[in-house]
Design a protein around this ligand. Structure first.
Ligand code: GYE
Length: 342
C-alpha cells in the first residue's frame, strides 16, 4: 500500500513538472515579450491569390512563434463577414484585433465600436478611407503593409523604359506613336486597386502617347484575369494591345494563358508587367512570358506580432513602416528565384 502511494506520488510529481514545462513552451505560457499570453482576433479577406495565401501563412506562423492565441477568420471577400467576425472579437474581449479591409470604405461604425471597447486595432496590407474629416490614425493603432501607389509607379516606369529601349514585336516607343495599354485591375474599391490605379495614372500621365484601350477588374484572381483577357483577345482591338498591366501576378498568369490560346506570344507580342513577385510570376518570367513583376511583400506576420506586443506593452510604435521591396525582370529573376520565400 505504502509502495503504491509512493509510486503514485512520484507519478503525480512527474506529471506536474511535465505539465509546467509544457505550458511554458507550448499552448499555455506567455507571449514573447510579455508577461501573459495575448489573444488576437484576425479577420483575413480570403484566399484569392498566391500573395494572400503567403500572407495568411505568415500571420499564422508568426502567431505560433510569438505564442499569441490567434482567432483567425476568413471572410471570403465579403465585408459583412468581416464585420461579423470583428463584432465577435469584441464580444470575446480579445486583447487586439488585426484585419485587412477588403474595400476601403464602410468601416466608420465598426471602427467606432472597436474604439469604444478599448481594443487596439492593427490594419494589415490594405488601408481604409473614413468619412470626410476623420483621420484613420484616430481609429487604427498601426498600419502594416506596402505603398500601393509606389508599386504602380515602379511598374509604369519599368514599362516606359522597356518600350523605349526594347519594345514589343511590332513597335518601340518613339515618343509619338501610341502605346496601347490594357489594364487588369484588382478588387474594385480595395486599397490595393485604388492605390495602384492612382499611382499608375499619375506616372503614365507624363507620357501623352500612352493610351488605355482596355480597363476592367479581374478581382485579383487567376480565373478572372484569364476570362477578361480572353474577351479582349476576341475583340476587334485585340491586335492593338502593346502592353498589359495586371495589378497582381495571378491575373497576369491567367491572362498569359488567354494570350497563348489566342495564338499570340505573351512577353514579346504583348509586354506584361504585374505586381507581387510570387513564385508563379518567377516561373512565368523564366518561361519569358511575363516581363517583370514589382514586389509586394506578403510576409507581414512577424511585424504584426511584434507591433501587437509593443502596443499592448504601451511602447512607442511608428504608425506605418513601409515595406521595403524590389523588382524583378529577365535580368535578375533567375538569380533571385532560389532565394524567394513565397
Ligand atoms: O497584390 C493581391 C492580393 O492587397 C496587396 O491583394 C494585396 C493584394 C495583392 O490578392 O495579390
Amino acid at each position: 500500500m505504502k509502495k503504491l502511494l509512493i509510486a503514485l506520488l512520484v507519478l503525480a510529481t512527474a506529471a506536474f513538472v511535465f505539465a509546467k514545462g509544457d505550458s511554458q513552451s507550448g499552448s499555455g505560457g506567455v507571449t514573447r515579450g510579455m508577461n501573459r499570453k495575448i489573444v488576437m482576433g484576425y479577420s483575413q479577406i480570403g484566399a484569392e491569390s498566391e500573395w494572400r495565401t503567403a500572407c495568411t501563412n505568415s500571420v499564422k506562423a508568426a502567431a505560433e512563434e510569438y505564442n499569441v492565441e490567434l482567432i483567425f477568420s476568413d471572410a471570403q471577400q465579403r465585408q459583412e463577414n468581416q464585420m461579423q467576425a470583428i463584432r465577435s472579437f469584441i464580444r470575446q474581449k480579445v486583447d487586439i484585433i488585426g484585419f485587412t479591409p477588403v474595400v476601403e470604405t464602410g468601416w466608420d461604425a465598426i471602427l467606432q465600436e472597436i474604439k469604444d471597447a478599448g481594443i487596439p486595432v492593427i490594419c494589415v496590407d490594405r488601408q481604409v478611407t473614413l468619412a470626410a474629416g476623420k483621420r484613420q490614425e484616430d481609429y487604427i493603432t498601426a498600419f502594416i503593409g506596402s505603398n500601393m501607389q509606389a508599386e504602380a509607379t515602379k511598374a509604369a516606369q519599368w514599362i516606359v523604359n522597356y518600350m523605349k529601349t526594347t519594345g514589343n514585336t511590332r513597335k518601340k516607343d518613339d515618343g509619338r506613336t501610341d502605346i496601347n495599354v490594357a489594364i487588369l485591375e484588382g478588387t474594385t474599391g480595395s486599397g490595393a486597386q485604388v492605390g495602384r490605379t492612382e499611382g499608375w495614372n499619375a506616372e503614365i500621365a507624363k507620357y501623352a502617347n500612352y493610351k488605355t484601350i482596355f480597363r476592367q477588374t479581374g478581382n485579383f484572381t487567376r480565373a478572372e484575369g484569364q476570362q477578361v483577357m480572353e474577351a479582349w483577345m476576341k475583340s476587334p482591338q485585340a491586335n492593338d494591345i502593346d502592353v498589359l498591366l495586371a495589378q497582381n501576378d495571378d491575373m497576369a498568369i491567367g491572362a498569359i494563358d488567354a494570350i497563348n490560346a489566342a495564338g499570340k506570344k505573351p512577353g514579346t507580342d504583348i509586354i506584361i508587367v504585374s505586381i507581387d513577385a510570387v513564385k508563379g510570376a518567377f516561373d512565368a518570367m523564366l518561361r519569358k512570358e511575363l516581363n517583370a513583376t514589382i514586389e509586394c511583400n506578403p510576409l507581414l506576420g512577424p511585424q504584426v506580432m511584434d507591433t501587437a506586443v509593443k502596443i499592448l506593452n504601451k511602447q512607442p510604435i511608428t504608425w506605418w513602416v513601409e515595406s521595403e521591396e524590389s523588382q524583378f525582370d529577365w535580368t535578375n529573376a533567375e538569380a533571385a528565384y532560389p532565394t524567394r520565400q513565397y
